[in-house]
Design a protein around this ligand. Structure first.
Ligand SMILES: N[C@@H](CCC(=O)N[C@@H](CS)C(=O)NCC(=O)O)C(=O)O
Length: 249
């Protein structure tokens, strides 16, 4: 392995878990090549390559790691600066606890809430999901829309009740962050917990430093997003982005 050998980062461009690992890669200055995949069409190649279906996956430089937190832990060991995890065991335990809550509760919750609002708008949904595909992949994705939607609904638990629970969890997360004011989740510096919270909330934040959802949006979706953007918790997310999100090298 040469020092300049880039990792390959298997990702969906729009995925909030992939934004989390891209952010850590960019912050650490680790060399990587994004490999953009199209949801649903990604499943078989991913299973063949990694034995599981989900992204993000980080491969190369002697590793193949699935799961955003495992990827952050690997990057911390391989690229210690700037640190994302505190050395002091008590603070580290607090970071692990906070990350675990955002990963396991907020991540799936906000996704259910967002996709429930997005899925009725088929053209926009297809535009977001099939963005990395060439003309043939795009045509296949469009032709298989009903099947894609069915798979998404099943895989993510997207229905009215799931969306409502997702909104409740999202509100809880934003209230926790709003209460921090200018502070951080753990101690008095930026850690993996803040990175995780901000990345998982990026779709609601409207941060100019986060991935851009298409600007042409149906009125009901815009109104829904604007409602979240007025919440002081999303102001915390925008500040964390502005102060800590380094662009790719
Ligand atoms: N716990 C995982 C969650 C990853 C995850 O949910 N990935 C989604 C995209 S946001 C995915 O790959 N979905 C496609 C599938 O399940 O086939 C992590 O932290 O990386």
């Amino acid at each position: 392995m040469s020092d300049s050998e880039p990792y390959v980062h298997y990702e969906f461009w729009h995925s909030h878990y992939c934004e989390k690992t891209r952010w850590a890669l960019d912050l650490k200055g680790a060399p990587y090549r994004p490999k953009l995949l199209v949801p649903v069409q990604h499943a078989l190649p991913m299973i063949l390559r990694t034995g599981q279906r989900q992204v993000p996956v980080l491969a190369g430089r002697g590793v193949r790691i699935a799961g955003s937190t495992a990827i952050l832990e690997h990057l911390e060991a391989a690229w210690p600066d700037p640190p994302l995890f505190p050395r002091a065991p008590a603070l580290r335990a607090e970071v692990d606890e906070a990350m675990g809550w955002f990963d396991r509760k907020l991540g799936p919750g906000i996704r259910r809430a967002f996709f429930y609002r997005l899925m009725p708008h088929t053209a926009l949904l297809n535009d977001i999901m099939a963005r990395p595909a060439g003309p043939i992949g795009r045509a296949i994705y469009t032709a298989t829309t009903p099947l894609n939607k069915l798979i998404m609904r099943k895989a993510m638990g997207i229905d009215a009740a799931g969306a409502e629970r997702g909104e409740d969890i999202t509100r809880q997360a934003l209230e926790r962050l709003a209460a921090l004011g200018d502070g951080y989740l753990v101690g008095d510096r930026f850690t993996a917990a803040d990175l995780t919270a901000a990345a998982l909330l990026y779709p609601l934040s409207g941060s100019p430093d986060a991935p851009h959802l298409p600007p042409d949006r149906p009125a009901d979706l815009s109104e829904w997003l604007d409602g979240w953007r007025a919440h002081p918790g999303t102001a915390w997310v925008r500040r964390i982005y502005a102060e800590h999100r380094r662009p790719p090298a």
